[in-house]
Design a binder for this molecule. Sequence first.
Ligand SMILES: C[S@@+](CC[C@H](N)C(=O)[O-])C[C@H]1O[C@@H](n2cnc3c(N)ncnc32)[C@H](O)[C@@H]1O
Length: 287
Amino acid sequence: MTVTDQDYQLFVIALKNSSKYDFSQYSEKSLKRRIQKVLTDRQLTIASLISKIKSDPDFVESVVKEITVNTTELFRDPQVWQTMRFNILPHFRNNSVINIWHAGCSTGQEVYSMLILLNEMNLLEKTKVYATDINTDVMDIARQGEYRYRFNLSYLDNFDKVIKENPYNYEEYNDVPYEKYFTLDKGSDLIRMHPFLKQKPVFKKHDLVTENNTLYVKFDLILCRNVIIYFNYNLQCQVLDLFHHNLYDNGCMLLGLHEAILGAHASKFIKRGHAYFKSQISHGVFE
Ligand SMILES: C[S@@+](CC[C@H](N)C(=O)[O-])C[C@H]1O[C@@H](n2cnc3c(N)ncnc32)[C@H](O)[C@@H]1O
């Protein structure tokens, strides 16, 4: 049984009418796949799914957690983190404070990547790190800072590429031990982040679709990686406006490797490598 266009519409409308969530502007193809998974995992028909959505707020919360995609890893796309280390963070070195927002932080690996890098660059102390997601379960894991070891050996390779190696000078090698930042407990199959990293970020539930900036600060850097890929064009533009509005004038935004700013919004940012710097050009139509 596949999720038809009508099933999809009924689901989105039921969710919107019975809760604070609005998935009507998510990418239809990927959302249909997630709805299908919910139906299969829970052995429900679309009619019973919708009826439960209308009558049970706790059920809605758990369905929303199931339809979000939470894949992430430590130093995901190491080349982007090399850009972060050599080309982006140095812009903010002389700031008295650096504000960073991880929007759609999932289980926190992106946040720990940033904290580790900031510490290596002696910037951790003056940085305020905020991390948000629509899904509170993944943020609980992020706060916990514990990840499976055997499934995630790539984390160590990524760490080496970003923290130990220098792509601009292969002779330079910083032999930073992993244990400076996390313990590798092979017995319990866990990577455990050190407390000094775990206590640093402010984690907060936030919905990019329905909420404004509820962190009430402006940002030097916003990472929203592999999130807007699940949104349609209009919603992408809405979220990019939110980020543009809440970046400082010399602020920078990072998207996922397979995400790009299309259409008129491209002129709101200047793309340099993997980074989008806030453009100073003011276009009346956007403000
Ligand atoms: C694929 S993960 C990306 C994690 C990390 N940024 C990375 O690139 O590795 C996407 C995250 O976006 C979150 N998300 C989806 N819709 C959201 C929304 N409307 N507001 C906030 N977060 C959202 C999901 O819950 C999920 O944790």
